[in-house]
Design a protein around this ligand. Structure first.
Ligand code: GLU
Length: 326
């Protein structure tokens, strides 16, 4: 893509925030002065509803691992999905963590202040940071604008289903990956909304080795999806993928403990780290909390919609001793 088009895209992406470069940003996040072996952990809920009991589980492990290694336990609020955000949810997270004696060393505190030097710890306040990394990828040819409409994307999925192919934005279904500058210019001139997508160089037929701290050695297919990095809506916030890789790099997290539903995305997160020229993160994927289905369905994942026990408030209301719940 030519420089003039790149500049137009940067301008549209950066509405209302200043454009900084990575060097300026990275200078504000020096290495932590911790003893060897100290773990920096992070619990990263999204403020989209009630606090899930699985969150208490993750926060407990984060606090424990940080504490026993002389490290730091961070609370980062992942509020990049402004449409799904629920008012008061982030305050509730902090209050309920406190009840379980799980207040973080860094991040949002009960009085509304933030502790720690590696913030802001609210992702919506980190837009100029994500932008710097997104621009870096754009300039290196590892990101591009995609103007596909929701209907076009749905049609691609239908086509993949009818052909019994994997769903996703790759290969012939990566509609804007190889478009000409003229096409991009026309779409920009017409004021069409766009997302910024990653340009993957992975090959789904090849395997990637991952040493998960909990699951051990794994071989997963490489990522080949051109996932969105920056969303098209008015907030211009990043997707989880870009935000996670960048934030945990800057906040110097040493271990990423997260639910195992994220395991299939790990090859993407490796590829993103490689493309950004930063070290790959170290992961520990934790199991989801299960329940024995009362209607005889056996063991299944605790459901946010069906099971009242999924909500931390249930345990508080039933007045179980919190130590016992933990
Ligand atoms: N916001 C993500 C979630 O709630 C966090 C996953 C992570 O810990 O990286 O699932």
């Amino acid at each position: 893509m030519n420089k003039v088009l790149e500049d137009r895209i940067v301008e549209l992406l950066s509405a209302e925030v200043s454009v900084k470069n990575r060097i300026e940003i990275e200078a504000q996040y020096p290495n932590r002065k911790l003893d060897t072996g100290a773990e920096v952990t992070r619990f990263c809920p999204s403020p989209t509803g009630f606090v899930h009991i699985g969150g208490i589980f993750t926060a407990m492990i984060c606090q424990y691992v940080a504490r026993q290694s002389g490290g730091v336990y961070i609370l980062r609020i992942e509020d990049t999905d402004k449409k799904r955000e629920v008012e008061g949810a982030k305050e509730l997270i902090v209050q309920q963590l406190e009840k379980f004696d799980l207040s973080p060393n860094e991040g949002l505190q009960l009085d509304g202040s933030e502790a720690g030097d590696y913030g802001p710890y609210l992702q919506s306040e980190r837009r100029e940071i994500y932008l710097a990394y997104a621009i870096d990828l754009l300039r290196k040819g590892r990101a591009y604008p995609c103007f596909a409409t929701p209907e076009e994307l749905q049609n691609a999925v239908k086509d993949q289903q009818s052909k019994k192919m994997r769903p996703g934005y790759y290969g012939q279904w990566a509609l804007w990956r190889d478009r000409s500058d003229d096409d991009i210019k026309s779409a920009l001139d017409a004021g069409k909304p766009f997302v910024l997508r990653f340009r993957s160089e992975g090959d789904h037929e090849k395997r990637l080795s991952i040493d998960d701290v909990l699951k051990g050695h794994l071989e997963l297919p490489e990522n080949d999806l051109d996932v969105p990095l920056i969303k098209s809506d008015e907030w211009r916030l990043p997707t989880y993928h870009l935000a996670h890789v960048v934030d945990d790099y800057l906040m110097k997290a040493t271990i990423i403990m997260r639910g195992e539903e994220w395991l299939p995305s790990t090859p993407l997160h490796f590829e993103l780290a490689d493309a950004l020229n930063i070290p790959r993160h170290r992961y520990a994927h934790t199991p989801v909390i299960s329940i024995i289905d009362k209607s005889g369905g056996g063991k299944r994942k605790l459901s946010k919609r069906k099971d009242p026990e999924a909500d931390v408030a249930y345990w508080l209301k039933a007045a179980y001793p919190l130590k016992a719940v933990k």
